[in-house]
Design a protein around this ligand. Sequence first.
Ligand code: UDX
Ligand code: ADP
Length: 443
Amino acid sequence: MKNIAVIGVGYVGLVTGTCFADLGNRVTCVDVNEERIANLKQGILPIYEPGLEEMVRRNMAAGRLSFTTSYAEALNCPEGSAELVFIAVNTPAGVDGEAELRYVRAAAETIAQTMDHPLIIVNKSTVPVGTGDWVADIVKNKQPKPIPFSVVSNPEFLREGSAISDFMNPDRIVLGSLDEEAAQKVAQLYLPLRGPIMITDLRTAEMIKYASNAFLATKISFINEIANICEALGADVKEVAAGMGYDKRIGRAFLDAGLGYGGSCFPKDVKALAHMANVQGKHPQLLEAVMQINADARRSIVAKVRALVGNNGAHLNRLEGRTIGVLGLAFKANTDDIRESQPIDIIRMVQADGGMVKAYDPVAMPNAAKVLQNVKLCEDAYEVAEGSDALILATEWNEFKNLDLVRIKRMMKQPVIVDGRNLYDPSVMRELGFIYRGVGRGY
Ligand code: UDX
Ligand code: ADP
């Protein structure tokens, strides 16, 4: 059992802190957002993540997990001061794609000003290579009197929607530090998980995170490029991915063609890595192509809708007078997150083209309502279908897998489905009488 403080109760911090508590540690989570902390004290979570609410409540009841806005309470708690503090604040993208570090700076400064005993400071947030050294400098310069500390980089690899299982069954745990003893202490926390633990230097650990996410994003853009070629040549990208995936050197994961990647990590991380390369005078050509292909994946969905139900002739406002239904608003299934959401982008493109939009998502509608204008948010998929000229399947929620498609077809104005996630079988859809387009499925 160790005493741990976690700074930031977003996705990363809340999942990390709760899972460490579940492994028997005493965890205090601190956040500057008073509303979030007040809600968490009552067991109300700021995010939707399957299984997390139950785990938070259970660990709070057991006295292993608590929430505060006070760094002093989290770090220097009289019942046992923290030995380790995890920084898990947000690092949004700046104007040039660089990761914004003002929240990390603020957290590091407050730790320095608050700590009254030696600490291991562990960086969980995705930060540019070199940030660990920068955090160490900030803490050293801001401490009122010198107290020993070490900085360890411990990048997270949690996927939203399966974050708890990703935490509990890690493919690997990466720890970077110049202080071997500090890295070993962090490693001890992860021993119950039995995953491989790799200890390396700070900058290499930071780079492993970017390289991993950039590689996965590259896989997605690669298969979207192949999908594009499949469409032209009459091949089926789903079968192509399956055939490729049997090769152990390739693997089937992250070869689903569709709308391209969205979310809070891949878009930001690929951009930030390219930015770091550019600043160093390198030319990240592959990363640039990955980003361009990803942007095209969204555009090509709208192009398909336009080609199937758009007005002839005029170049602008081709969707004027058309109602387009969008199923799904989250950037992927099992999350309410709409950061860098492909469906939201697609809706804006449809609107820019003069189209009316109806949409439904099982959990992301409250978040989407804050950023969308003039979209009719519906009760379910059937209400979306009613009177629509085309449906775009935009998020692969389970509840969209077994829709009553006969009913959907009956309710639509035109039986047109553009399936951005390749959820349906093209031949079944045609038999049902739909005009159906997937991504990369030949025609
Ligand atoms: C990602 C990383 O996977 C995780 O390790 C961590 O670093 C945070 O970022 P997350 O953003 O939650 O996790 O989602 P992920 O499941 O990786 O999907 C990212 C995006 O890629 C989604 O929009 C998803 O729909 C898309 N995707 C994924 C595809 O288009 N095709 C695929 O084959 C896989
Ligand atoms: P992520 O998805 O990376 O976890 P989120 O935006 O979901 O990011 O959450 C980050 C959390 O960090 C927010 O709750 C925010 O209030 C908190 N935060 C930001 N800066 C600080 C800080 N200096 N001290 C404590 N918490 C902070």
